[in-house]
Design a protein around this ligand. Sequence first.
Ligand code: SAH
Length: 345
Amino acid sequence: MSEKTDILTRTLEELKADMEEIGEKSFRAKQIYEWLHVHHAGSFGEMTSLSKALREKLEKNFEIPSLRTLEVLTSRIDGTRKYLFALEDGNVIESVLMRYSYGISVCISSQVGCRMGCRFCASTIGGRVRDLTASEMLCQVLEISRQAGERVGHVVIMGSGEPLDNYDNLVRFLRIIGDPDGERLSLRDITVSTCGIVPNIYALADEGLPVTLALSLHAPSQEKRERLLPISLKYQLPEVLEAMQYYFSKTGRRITFEYSCVEGENTSPEDAVMLADLVRGMNCHINLIPVNPVEERAFRRPDRRDIEAFRRMLEKRGISVTIRREMGRDINGACGQLRRSYLEK
Ligand code: SAH
């Protein structure tokens, strides 16, 4: 690994300080920032509005990292694409592009692997290898945008990893991608998904970054949640919900609950009643996701009719709920599966 600074991890403010440090005027920072985040320059040589001397100086002190694309799978059903990327140290991550009527949405990973241990998830099987840097998160968005030839409208941090277990890099990434001088993605069009790391839900609420927060709820009670999410032994359901309420009160962003439907676990009529009682009065939306069967795990999805019935029971109780449209069913599928099959090869 080189000693150069990864320039894509620098906020505009930091870049201004960097410029002063190498004896340049701080206004250069804005020019460079635009080259990187508006024009998506892949090298300093492309930054033709800068003098050759400055470009050489940048070359000596900084690097612009990139991802190497190992594999792209395209769904013949809906155009969803799964990307397998290699990081500079050889680790492998996956990201997904989804096409909606309102534009393209990119789902990115926040860690190599994951240590949360959710029972039905493929990403956690080999544990966490390491956190991703802010620039590695950003590069997933930039690389997919470049390959698709389209501007990315939405970003969801729902790939492998627990974003609130990589808090500082996550916040740095959000500041850079939301910066009006750079990528200019609206923070409202970004969703962070968490299994419920309570202290960091509070911290994020206080950052002044009004992204949508989604909680992986997956069960209507503490007892049932413990069977699916080991992290809930540490952060219990009542305190997680209180933290989500706090997030809403600070940001005004409606809360999303993700609810993976698992046969025999969480979609009985009693579960629907319990779930409706649990979230009643919260400004929230529930996303039902038929669980993606993972080879190493024994979980199966309920019958479609049971999921529909579960949804209707929630609706009847006044809860806003949808069944998530399944994207890229033919290029499977669940969080972390592409990476796992690659590692096994
Ligand atoms: N760690 C974060 C974000 C990554 S997982 C979180 O827990 O929210 C994104 C979502 O996919 C989570 O709701 C997770 O529980 C869910 N998920 C993971 N594996 C799944 C599978 N096999 N089937 C259905 N949903 C799954």
